[in-house]
Write a protein that binds this ligand. Structure first.
Ligand SMILES: [Zn+2]
Length: 276
């Protein structure tokens, strides 16, 4: 589950992508049409009103900021449509600045939760649930702790008609672990909610190793142009991740301008896996 990354990769963006050479080679070999992240503009674009079909939607964010980057437009659109939604933040995100003296873990957790609340207030003020698992510390599949975490997640998703979870091969241990936990949790729900996946970290290189393949999922885009300004405000609310607010950790994480640009689009891409 955690083969792509290790704990230390949490703090440095480029390090999130292990084995880049091999993956890029694979990417060159694969036909672009087989990589669903390649030229995503070819995928169907649904109007904002199409989000009405999702019903009560629960977005799972492995860290505070994933909800805004990957699903900010969707969350604002659901609010426009008068649909209920919930954001579940799974980990505390406190490994973003592991060496800060000014922001030790519990202070940083408070900062990140306040940022998430402010961000979601720009997206309709949907309710938030913080599960507060330790960043890079989600339980391994097959353990009792994993089952207990799945129970907690199922309770948070109890009303969901649709769940939106991280893409299963998003290259970060918490993103992969959140996917696995969600998979376990929905088995506890009846009726089972509709299942969609979104990517944050598999996007940047659109490489064939991490990206969904044709036949693996049905991709579609949601037009979020009317929500783009609100999404920008939500992303910017995560100041600890988008600025040097925390200045005393040279290893501290900061989203790059290139990464931010990737999420500053008039549409968001969702994947309906064929095995969901
Ligand atoms: Zn994340």
């Amino acid at each position: 589950m955690r083969s792509h990354t290790t704990a230390e990769t949490e703090v440095t963006g480029p390090e999130r992508h292990r084995g880049r050479g091999a993956e890029q080679a694979a990417s060159r070999l694969a036909p672009p049409s087989d990589n669903l992240f390649h030229t995503p503009e070819r995928h169907p674009l649904h109007p904002a009103s199409a989000a009405a079909s999702l019903g009560h939607t629960v977005v799972l964010a492995p860290h505070p900021d994933d909800e805004s980057l990957g699903c900010g437009g969707l969350l604002a659109t659901l609010d426009d449509l008068g649909l209920p939604a919930r954001v579940v933040v799974v980990t505390d995100g406190t490994r973003s600045h592991p060496n800060s003296r000014e922001y030790p873990r519990y202070r940083l957790r408070g900062v990140r939760e306040r940022e998430a609340k402010e961000a979601v207030s720009h997206l309709g003020g949907h309710p938030l649930t913080f599960l507060r698992y330790r960043d890079c510390g989600l339980p391994e599949a097959g353990t009792l702790a994993f089952r207990a975490a799945a129970d907690r997640l199922a309770a948070a998703m109890a009303e969901a008609e649709t769940v939106v979870v991280p893409w299963r091969r998003d290259p970060h241990c918490d993103h992969e672990a959140t996917w696995a936990l969600a998979r376990e949790a929905v088995r506890l729900l009846s009726p089972r909610p509709r299942w969609l996946e979104y990517s944050v970290w598999a996007w940047p290189e659109a490489n064939a190793h991490l990206a969904p393949r044709a036949g693996e999922a049905v991709p579609w885009r949601l037009d979020v142009s009317a929500a783009q300004d609100r999404k920008r405000r939500a992303v910017r609310a995560h100041r600890s991740q988008t600025t040097r607010l925390i200045a005393d950790d040279p290893d501290g994480f900061c989203l790059s301008a290139d990464m931010l640009a990737l999420f500053d689009r008039s549409w968001e891409l969702f994947l309906a896996p064929r095995d969901a």
